[in-house]
Design a binder for this molecule. Structure first.
Ligand code: HXC
Length: 257
């Protein structure tokens, strides 16, 4: 891998996009490498995934503008699909994902962060969808996920004006869960990942799936999605152990599945 590093710390995987010369911009190769790393994550032993960018200036400064500059219509569509497929894989990844946004999250950078379950950012983070200023629309899910996260009005304002917002504004509109000093960001993400990893893995995964799938359907179908997720946890070792521990006034010493 040239542009991605992947490490694990206990149950937590850390994927770092590392292309500092272009502020970690996403070209086809970077997208391909992210895809490969996701496929290779050991899901038996990994319970949360952190995604971040190398350095303290940029998370991801967008899709690679140099690569996109000469594309034809068909190639543009194919490039959008390539990113969308990878980001959808990330969004539906079986375990929770946390974007640790350590600087610029523009265009494809904002979009990849929105494909994660949770966004934490550094005080110097900048979010935006500058695409219309380049003569294109957002193309890695920005027209869809931003509206779902912050509401259509704010999403339309951000996309039409191509104005960037700073960390405090991203927090105010609910685009990020929390803001930290740059030096504390990764530790904060690791702490949150460790908290997630302490809980019953089957239940955490089923919760993620239920939230994601429920958001795509109406409420009558959504509660059925939840019923299935809820039911699927029963008879698991963790469900038995978790409830038995409560009833015996003890704590589970490490969930297994
Ligand atoms: C390619 C990029 C890049 C990008 C930065 N670089 N962003 N290369 N694609 N998205 C490169 C620069 O060309 C430069 O290379 C080096 O990184 C450092 O960037 P500078 O501009 O010199 O840094 P700075 O002045 O600090 O400005 C930082 C910045 C600016 C504000 C983030 O780089 C910027 O505006 N970048 C583009 C942001 C953007 O428009 N993103 C959306 C892209 S469209 P050299 O070789 O000159 O040193 C998109 C569409 C997604 O994401 C959907 C696709 C289907």
């Amino acid at each position: 891998m040239e542009f991605i590093t992947y490490e694990t710390e206990g149950f937590v995987g850390i994927l770092t996009i590392n292309r500092p010369k272009a502020l970690n911009a996403l070209n086809s190769q970077v997208l391909g490498e992210i895809d490969e790393v996701l496929d290779a994550v050991d899901l038996e032993n990994t319970r949360a995934l952190i995604l971040t960018g190398a350095g303290d200036k940029s998370f991801v400064a967008g899709a690679d503008i140099a690569e996109m500059s000469t594309l034809t219509k068909a190639e543009g569509e194919a490039f959008g699909k390539k990113g969308n497929d990878v980001f959808r894989k990330l969004e539906t990844f079986p375990i929770p994902t946390i974007a640790a946004v350590n600087g610029f999250a523009l265009g494809g950078g904002c979009e990849i962060s929105m494909s994660c379950d949770i966004r934490l950012c550094a005080e110097n983070a900048v979010f935006g969808q500058p695409e219309v200023g380049l003569g294109i629309t957002p193309g890695f899910g920005g027209t869809q996920r931003l509206a779902r996260l912050v509401g259509a009005g704010k999403a339309k304002e951000m996309i039409y004006t191509a104005f960037n917002i700073k960390a405090d504004e991203a927090y105010r509109i609910g685009l990020v869960n929390a803001v930290y000093p740059q030096a504390e960001l990764l530790d904060a993400a690791k702490k949150m990942a460790a908290k997630i990893a302490k809980n019953a893995p089957i239940a955490v995964r089923a919760s993620k799936k239920a939230i994601n799938e429920g958001l795509d359907v109406d409420m009558d179908q959504a509660i059925v999605v939840e019923e299935k997720a809820f039911g699927s946890c029963f008879e698991s070792e963790d469900q038995r152990a978790g409830m038995e521990a409560f009833l015996n006034k003890t704590k589970v010493d490490g969930f297994k599945n």
